[in-house]
Design a protein around this ligand. Structure first.
Ligand SMILES: Nc1ncnc2c1ncn2[C@@H]1O[C@H](COP(=O)(O)OP(=O)(O)O)[C@@H](O)[C@H]1O
Ligand SMILES: N[C@@H](CCOP(=O)(O)O)C(=O)O
Length: 319
């Protein structure tokens, strides 16, 4: 279970007393996540989620809080940080930066289907449009510089065919980008996997976990979503019915440029590579610690997705 920072009853009571949330009733660590420590917190006024940031330092967090505040202001159901009795939204709790947010209704999807893909496609396009005027342009901490450095440092741990796939795909992407420096960018979520959404039935109720948000290519974010929502995780192949449903809803809201259409196959491949690489890095970092290793996502899923996108990529248009 991913509760890296444990809080005592008295810590939690004192924390709740520092917000306008009434009295603490109960709390429970959330086992779903892998990056942060999250607790469900029940008080006499409602249900909240406490997040302690395990991978970011205090000064790195405000950007993400500002992205979420911007999107909430534009009407999205996203977890904006609550303000405490001192007027602060970010604080230190047991030496980690921490925020309290509203707990949303709905539950995590067990899997995706055409209806939920359609919901996501429409919401993603609106998110991309809403992010265009967000003024802070932060580079991704898992972007081009990171994948160059990490692919170099990890290659000796890999089978030769894996290293070759990794390095050749990065080189292919670099070559393509050298001639397409003006591809449209916006503020992207960067990790909009279906486990970062909540649904009431087949209706999207909230988007969470904005801690990969950054200023990057619009098509890259769409590719991240397509690879997770529309792939068969055992083969890596796209489920074309889900793919068409998601894209059709997206394209109804936002029309890509001709250059974005050309970039699409490259974006599908580099988006798969980015998560293959982050999973490889995490897996190799944890391989001597069985408890941590058991919490890691399987890198092979994204190797298979990348291999499938190398074999075939569909076009961005849907008929
Ligand atoms: N505001 C929220 N409302 C309801 N559930 C939430 C909320 N935030 C997190 N959760 C639950 O906690 C799980 C883990 O949160 P997440 O932010 O994805 O953690 P991590 O960053 O560690 O991956 C989510 O999958 C979701 O079930
Ligand atoms: N959704 C990702 C995990 C988040 O990515 P990270 O690079 O921030 O660890 C996955 O399933 O791999």
């Amino acid at each position: 279970m991913a509760v890296y920072t444990s809080l005592s009853d008295s810590d939690m009571r004192a924390l709740v007393a520092d917000y306008y949330l009434g009295e603490l009733v109960s709390y429970q660590g959330i086992s779903g996540g892998v990056e942060n420590t999250n607790y469900f917190v029940n008080t006499t006024t409602g249900k909240y989620v406490l997040t302690l940031f395990e991978e970011f330092e205090f000064d790195e967090v405000p950007y993400f809080l500002d992205v979420v505040a911007h999107l909430k202001h534009k009407g999205f159901n996203v977890p904006a940080a609550l303000i405490d009795i001192h007027g602060e939204r970010l604080r230190m709790v047991n030496e980690r930066p921490a925020i309290m947010v509203d707990c949303f209704s709905g539950s995590e999807l067990k899997t995706t289907n055409e209806a939920t893909c359609k919901e996501m496609g429409a919401a993603l396009a609106k998110l991309h449009i809403a992010g265009e005027d967000f003024p802070q342009h932060r580079e991704s901490h898992r972007g081009v510089a990171w994948w160059h450095a990490t692919s170099q440092s990890i290659q000796s741990e890999l089978e030769p065919e894996q290293a070759n796939l990794l390095l050749s795909q990065i080189a292919e992407f670099d070559d393509f980008m050298a001639d397409h420096a003006d591809l449209p960018k916006t503020t992207i979520h960067g990790d909009l996997f279906y486990n970062n959404t909540l649904f009431d039935g087949e209706s999207l109720s909230a988007i969470i976990d904005f801690y990969n948000a950054c200023h990057s290519w619009v098509m890259y974010d769409l590719a991240i979503v397509v690879n997770d929502w529309c792939s068969d995780m055992t083969t890596g192949e796209l489920d074309m019915a889900k793919y068409r449903a998601l894209l059709k809803a997206y394209l109804y809201e936002r029309e890509p440029s001709a250059e974005e259409v050309v970039a699409w196959p490259y974006m599908l491949r580099i988006a798969a590579l980015r998560f293959w690489l982050s999973r490889l890095e995490a897996w190799h970092g944890a391989k001597h610690d069985p408890e941590r290793l058991a919490q890691q996502h399987d890198p092979l899923e994204f190797q298979r997705i990348l291999e499938a996108r190398v074999r075939y990529t569909p076009t961005l248009e849907v008929s």
